[in-house]
Design a protein around this ligand. Structure first.
Ligand SMILES: *[C@@H]1O[C@H](CO)[C@@H](O)[C@H](O)[C@H]1NC(C)=O
Ligand SMILES: *[C@@H]1O[C@H](CO)[C@@H](O)[C@H](O)[C@H]1NC(C)=O
Ligand SMILES: *[C@@H]1O[C@H](CO)[C@@H](O)[C@H](O)[C@H]1NC(C)=O
Ligand SMILES: *[C@@H]1O[C@H](CO)[C@@H](O)[C@H](O)[C@H]1NC(C)=O
Length: 431
């Protein structure tokens, strides 16, 4: 080998530097996007997540599970882990479907879709194709008539009529505002809030603050994981890892279940759900929501906050919380407890067979249990397992909280939850 072959001429040096520079820049941009995603909660920018090609879904699940020893932690810390887990799930398991987000979401929601978000979407159009993996699954999932062969009792007639009305109402809504076929969304993300009960073939999409703890208890009983819903602790329900989520299955497992199981979602008046979430997380000591959300909210929305409040993050006022919620530049991301149902459960993509409401929870739930052939003695529990001495959030309580807000703020909350209001036929007396 001759020496001159080892030495680069200036032209080669220039190109090497250029190539390294460009590669570095790309890596930097990629990492920045990835880090942002880790911090922004439910953003539309899930495209850039690398798919670890050598890992199967099960492997990844195992990997995440192993990294998440939630068992012996205090409750609030575990709650935090749960949220972090959501993020890590999104960063490792990515799959795309032929729909970007809930049908009509972009067209309809007025208060989301900030310029930054739109810019990000555009920015990633190119990159996403690299990581996309399409499958032949048709969205939305087909809708089937409810199988009522197991309901013998006449007393469910009224409940059933209401149920059929809600189903067709939602279906009509989705047809009208559908327009989902041109967008991208992630299958695993879309089904990540859905719990699976294989024995009775049920899928239940978890909506926090709408009776989900008791639903999870029921699913555990149905699955044979507990003998009674009444003695399963709050922690066992939320951190026990007894129930499987739909995104822990492989593609085939997901599609089969989506198309053959009875899919249920239980919703609640958006304003009530919001106030309920606020009371639960900010009106009681909480070692996750106060330091993480409380601190950031007080810092940004309370002028002249005292030192102590800035440090402990306690005592967030409802108005401050609303300013955070409505801010398109939130200092901390969204959270499942106040996230829209349209973004948690994707009702127009999943086509739920059963739409329950918190307002008629026991009735709806017990009818559902009949329908799926649950043991006769199994009834939906009616207890409130946290802060049980507090009054339940009802219309009266909501009215008190809304007194602190201006009419404009109330209107903006309505706009924020607009899709939830429309899909589930809720109206508000507060405007
Ligand atoms: C309805 O459910 C019953 C009992 O589970 C079952 O035997 C029947 O095949 C179902 N019918 C349909 C149309 O799926
Ligand atoms: C929608 O809500 C209105 C007012 O509460 C009610 O009268 C109507 O029956 C509801 N429609 C459906 C399909 O549930
Ligand atoms: C729950 O109650 C049932 C019967 O009432 C009992 O057999 C079971 O051991 C209890 N489980 C727990 C975890 O306490
Ligand atoms: C946090 O700071 C506020 C404001 O000074 C104070 O009133 C409150 O007692 C503190 N809370 C905790 C849990 O330390």
């Amino acid at each position: 080998m001759q020496p001159f072959e080892m030495v680069m001429n200036p032209k080669q040096v220039f190109f090497s530097v250029l190539i390294f520079g460009v590669a570095g820049l790309l890596l930097f941009m990629y990492l920045q996007v990835w880090i942002e995603e880790q911090h922004t909660g439910w953003g539309p920018m899930k495209y850039l997540q690398p798919v670890p090609r050598i890992m199967s879904t099960e492997k990844i699940q195992e990997h995440i599970t192993n990294q998440n020893p939630k068992f012996h932690m205090p409750e609030d810390v575990r709650e935090k882990k749960e949220n972090l887990l959501l993020n890590s799930e999104r960063s490792t398991r990515v799959l795309t479907k032929t729909s970007y987000s809930q049908g009509g979401d972009q067209a309809l929601s007025k208060s989301t879709g900030s310029p930054t978000e739109k810019w990000r979407i555009e920015k990633h159009q190119g990159a996403k194709t690299v990581f996309n993996k399409f499958s032949n699954m048709h969205w939305p999932v087909d809708i089937h008539p409810l199988n009522k062969s197991l309901v013998k009792d006449n007393k469910w007639k009224k409940t059933d009529e209401i149920q059929e009305k809600r189903r067709s109402f939602l279906q009509e809504f989705c047809k009208k505002y559908g327009g989902v076929s041109h967008h991208q969304s992630h299958l695993f993300h879309t089904v990540s809030r859905i719990y699976v009960e294989d024995k009775h073939k049920i899928l239940y999409c978890e909506v926090p603050k709408a009776g989900c703890s008791n639903w999870k208890r029921i699913l555990m009983v149905l699955n044979g994981l507990a003998s009674s819903a009444y003695n399963i602790s709050h922690d066992a329900v939320h951190y026990g890892k007894h129930l499987k989520k739909l995104d822990s299955f492989d593609l085939k497992g997901i599609y089969t279940r989506l198309n053959t199981y009875t899919k249920a979602v239980f919703v609640r008046d958006p304003m009530e759900r919001l106030v309920s979430a606020f009371r639960d997380k900010f009106k009681h000591p909480n070692s996750y929501y106060h330091p993480v959300f409380g601190k950031a909210i007080i810092k940004k929305y309370r002028p002249n906050a005292c030192e102590e409040a800035l440090i402990n993050g306690s005592g967030v006022r409802f108005k401050e919380f609303i300013h955070y919620l409505l801010d398109s530049h939130r200092p901390v991301g969204m959270d499942i407890h106040w996230e829209k149902v349209s973004k948690l459960c994707y009702p127009c993509l999943i086509n739920y067979d059963f739409v329950g409401k918190f307002e008629t929870l026991e009735e709806d739930a017990n009818y559902f249990l009949q329908m799926i052939g649950a043991p006769k003695e199994l009834k939906f529990p009616n207890f409130k397992d946290r802060h049980s001495s507090d009054e339940r959030t009802n219309a009266q309580v909501v009215r008190q909280y809304l007194k602190d807000l201006t009419r404009t703020e109330r209107q903006l909350i309505y706009d924020f939850y607009y899709l939830d209001y429309l899909m589930f036929n809720y109206t508000t007396p507060f405007l």
